[in-house]
Design a binder for this molecule. Structure first.
Ligand code: FMN
Length: 192
């Protein structure tokens, strides 16, 4: 007997794929720095490495990305679930103290102007690859990754290694409505 298969309402279909790791998008322009949450971020290419992220027109972060031509994607941890909800629930346009209230601490890596969020497990510094049609029509932004760093407790030699690390370092996977799940059990630990 096959598995029971049910139709999924189209407005809920995105939830079948939604739970890749949620990221924080950071950017800075003209003296303003900001961070927002984004579930709709994706890998686009290997070499040079490229990523995509959907930035709604209403977000303040988007204007900073467009203004500076730079952004960073970073991977928040389970310990940062409240921070992630906070930066994803309030706009800098409505609350200038948004980052302080959310407990965001920013830092910089030498040679990179884009601000990074402390406490994440990985960071990707990106140069915006301008695609005005995609940005305007689909809110879709492409970034070429210029540098990347990761917390060696959970990412080493090209592999995520959650099984032996503190569970609070796992990634957040957003389903919907502020509900996250965490994953990390390897299925084939010997694969490259
Ligand atoms: C878990 C989570 C995921 C989100 N994913 C996205 C996303 O992929 N794209 C987007 O434009 N907004 C997303 N948002 C909403 C933005 O983070 C939210 O609008 C934020 O307040 C924008 O902040 P800003 O205006 O200060 O830039 C998400 C929010 C949460 C909580």
């Amino acid at each position: 007997m096959g598995a029971p298969v049910l139709p999924v309402d189209l407005p809920k279909a995105y939830r079948l794929l939604n739970h890749g790791p949620t990221v924080l998008v950071s950017a800075s322009h003209d003296g303003t720095s900001n961070v927002m949450a984004a579930a709709w971020a994706c890998v686009l290419d290997f070499d040079p490495p490229k990523v995509t992220v959907v930035l709604d027109k209403a977000t303040r972060t988007r204007a900073l990305v467009e203004g500076s031509g730079r952004f960073a994607l970073q991977v928040p941890t389970v310990a940062q679930a409240d921070l992630t909800r906070a930066v994803g629930g309030v706009s800098l346009a409505d609350d200038p103290d948004k980052l302080t209230k959310a407990g965001v601490e920013l830092f910089h890596m030498p040679g990179h102007a884009v601000p990074l969020v402390a406490g994440c497990s990985a960071w990707l510094a990106c140069r915006l690859v301008p695609e005005p049609h995609n940005q305007q029509r689909y809110d879709l932004f492409i970034g070429e990754v210029e540098a990347a760093w990761a917390d060696a407790r959970v990412f080493k030699d090209g592999h995520w290694m959650f099984e032996k690390a503190d569970p609070s370092l796992r990634r957040l996977h957003h389903v919907a409505g502020g509900h996250f799940c965490a994953i990390g059990a390897p299925v084939n630990p010997t694969a490259d």
